[in-house]
Design a protein around this ligand. Sequence first.
Ligand code: ZN
Length: 340
Amino acid sequence: MDGNAEQLPAWVTWRRRPFPDANLLLLHGRQPALVDSGFVGHAQDTVAWARAHAGNVALVVNTHWHSDHVGGNTLLQAMGAGIAASTPDAQAVTRRHPGCCLAEYLDQPVSPYTVDEPLHDRQILRLGDADWEVVHTPGHTPGHLALWQPEERLLVVGDALSDYDVGWVNLALDGPDASLAALTSLHRMADLKARVLLPAHGPVPADPSAAFAAATRRAQRLVDDPAGAVWYGARRIFAFALMIRGGISTTEVEPYLHARAWLRDAAQLLGNTPETLAAELVDTMLRSGAIVLRDGQLHATAEHTPVAAESLRVPFPRAWPAAVARSGTRRWTCPTQPAP
Ligand SMILES: [Zn+2]
């Protein structure tokens, strides 16, 4: 435990995890729920931890569909858990849209799953024994959502912010207004005056209002400096690639980067060639210390858990088997309430 995680009620178990996994949040009660499920390479660990602390998980809620948040979905779903995700994410996952989870675009593997419960803004969800409100918070992704528990004033913020950062935005895919959407979402979340923030990465912030103030300043910089926002995203995506691959050799790194859709898009937005951007990305990250050269390989320096190479061999969504409805096996309930 760290930060002010000790302020959590007894029915909440929180686990901080280094990259490439999102933090885990278990909500105990008659309908045990897990918020986010880590990276595919650590799915067994995620499931073992959840089972040890909560028995069978009834429902998994994904704050968004990035690979570090949905990697345990397949295993948990096979064990009977329902998967809940925002409506836009649910629709794309159901259709096996090639862009879903950004798995192929970011070259981050995600194993196949289906979404059982599409969520909409202001929907009430029973997680554990408590009612949580879904708060649509676009920015980091268009479908990103936060979860709000008004009695305990807990706010699950996903990647919208952390104690030290604000989520990167994808101006190429989500348009030039993605940064403004992120900033607007931060204001909406800050207005809830949460007692405890539960981010998907890093510690529980000691002071929620200070965390929002810092994240808002950073989001404003993304709005004011679109090129900076593109660079910020590129650095995060490249560092993640190095983490899940255990490094990339210096001879392979530029061909690897040149072949990536995200890098080509970033280069176009910056008015650069992919070759120039790839070289500058490696150079600036080496100089900043974000990556390091060791034994002929580039490695990310941020703390991260190793990933077994074979666990990366899962098909991209375009090759996932068709989604099947599983209504006959459900063991979770979602209260029905009028749409907003
Ligand atoms: Zn994310």
